[in-house]
Design a protein around this ligand. Structure first.
Ligand code: NI
Length: 137
């Protein structure tokens, strides 16, 4: 089995907020991510697929095509957007990196499966020092 990773970027605004809690508790738990007037992150997403190199190409899948799919189904929907307000597939969810990573899997996996590609993992960097990994379950 061979693994191929494509890296893409997007910038987005968000706020972490539990509406059941007081402002004080939100600020205590979520820190700077609870800023009431939003803030942004420079995200980096690593999408890893797996498969066997094809006899005709030596590729497991065309990396350019993978980039086009990630842009169409993820980056174009969230780049320079507000994750809490503007993104259909984040509606009603916490906009944590954890939740966003799982939602991105949900965006990409069916599209890739349709093209005969097995998605292995999504790794999402919210900052250079914090990243989430998701393997589909
Ligand atoms: Ni934040």
């Amino acid at each position: 089995m061979v693994y191929l990773t494509r890296v893409e970027h997007f910038n987005a605004a968000h706020k972490l907020w539990n509406t059941e809690w007081s402002a004080e508790k939100n600020k205590e738990v979520f820190g700077k991510c609870a800023n009431e007037n939003w803030h942004g992150h420079n995200y980096e997403i690593h999408v890893t697929i797996k498969g066997e190199p094809q006899p005709e190409t030596g590729f497991i899948f065309n990396a350019k095509r993978l980039s086009v799919i990630i842009k169409e189904y993820v980056c174009d929907k969230i780049d320079h957007k507000n994750l809490n307000m503007d993104v259909d597939f984040m509606a009603g969810k916490f906009t944590t990196a954890e939740s966003l990573t799982v939602a991105i899997w949900g965006q990409l996996e069916p599209v890739l499966r349709e093209e005969g590609v097995a998605l292995h993992s999504i790794k999402l960097y919210e900052t250079p020092r914090i990243y989430i990994e998701y393997f589909g379950n």
